[in-house]
Design a binder for this molecule. Structure first.
Ligand code: ZN
Length: 332
């Protein structure tokens, strides 16, 4: 399919190692990924080969969220947003859009930077890499916590989506992975951490206070189309004060406040479950480049057994509506 829009597509500046450091990834794979994170011309060739018209770029995880000093986070977020605006957006305005990197360590500064990025640099929203470190590597701030709500008020006013992207669990919560460290990242830990973070948002009542918020989750919703119905079913028997202040059933928020992308997943069975739970209007094509291959995800998506109407919606129409991209004109 031509004209696809992909929106979990990562980048990194040579000035800041946004990928952080860990030792469970194969060194050769990591080196190749890092090279591709930092360049844009070869990326466009790959997009052309695989029918991808536009990529919405985001600073790779853990990015700004992993910085323990708020002042440094504020400075670097601005620098990173300016860098991608200059090196990708202004050079290839029809092929690249961007999600802002934000210093959530200071929710007021994060709101200011989001407004600047959207209003002055033409960004499409923000991608947030999970919890933000506050002061040290074992202290986290999650996005449903009260000090972050003023940020959400500004997001709703701006009317832009927030992509909630994974990062690995806090170091002091990794006991269960001991001996199996390869599971900490994208293989498993990413999904568990992000699904739980999304459940916190759902149960907190955030979407009752700000009903027009739009959250995007990758990896077909980090398993939530399969697992959230049981969460909803079992919470009926848990004491009310143990599961937040939400007014509606959890699945209702997943269907109305979330979009789920195909990033990193090329499994028809999983897509069909997602279609049955949230419908084709709430699913968006994505790759998760350069961690995943554009070719692998695109060739699956272009031929998987769904209706052509659904393929068009998921591949491009939903994203065009969500990001108001109707006027995109491709110059290859
Ligand atoms: Zn990703």
């Amino acid at each position: 399919m031509e004209g696809k829009i992909a929106l979990e597509e990562h980048w990194e500046s040579p000035d800041f190692s946004a990928t952080g450091s860990h030792d469970f990834t194969d060194a050769q794979y990591f080196e190749a990924v890092q090279k591709r994170l930092q360049e844009f011309d070869k990326r466009i060739q790959d997009m052309n080969k695989n029918g991808i018209e536009t990529s919405i770029l985001s600073l790779t995880q853990p990015g700004i969220e992993g910085i323990t000093d708020p002042e440094r986070a504020i400075k670097l977020a601005k620098q990173m947003n300016d860098y991608i605006a200059e090196h990708a957006l202004s050079k290839y305005p029809h092929r690249f859009k961007a999600f802002a990197a934000l210093p959530l360590q200071d929710p007021k500064a994060a709101g200011d930077e989001l407004e600047r990025a959207v209003n002055e640099l033409g960004f499409s929203g923000t991608l947030i890499n999970g919890y933000s470190n506050i002061g040290d590597e074992n202290t986290a701030q999650y996005l449903d916590e009260p000090q972050v709500w003023p940020f959400w008020e500004r997001v709703e006013k701006l009317g832009v989506p927030v992509y909630l992207h994974p990062r690995i669990p806090l170091p002091n919560q990794q006991r269960i992975y001991e001996g199996y460290e390869g599971l900490l990242g994208s293989a498993w830990g990413f999904g568990v951490e992000t699904a739980m973070h999304a459940i916190r948002l759902i149960l907190s009542g955030l979407f009752d206070r700000y009903p027009n918020l739009t959250i995007i989750l990758g990896h077909l919703g980090e398993g939530l189309p399969f697992t959230l119905p049981r969460v909803e079913h079992r919470l009926r028997h848990q004491r009310a004060e143990t599961h937040g202040n939400h007014q509606k059933a959890p699945m209702e928020y997943l269907r109305n406040n979330f979009y789920l992308t195909t990033s990193g997943v090329f499994r028809t069975q999983a897509l069909l479950d997602t279609l049955l739970e949230v419908g084709a209007d709430r699913i968006l094509f994505s790759v998760d480049y350069p961690y995943e291959s554009m070719e692998e995800i695109s060739s699956w998506f272009d031929s998987c057994p769904i209706s052509e109407n659904d393929r068009l919606k998921i591949g491009s129409e939903n994203a065009k509506k969500l990001f108001q991209l109707d006027s995109v004109k491709v110059e290859k």
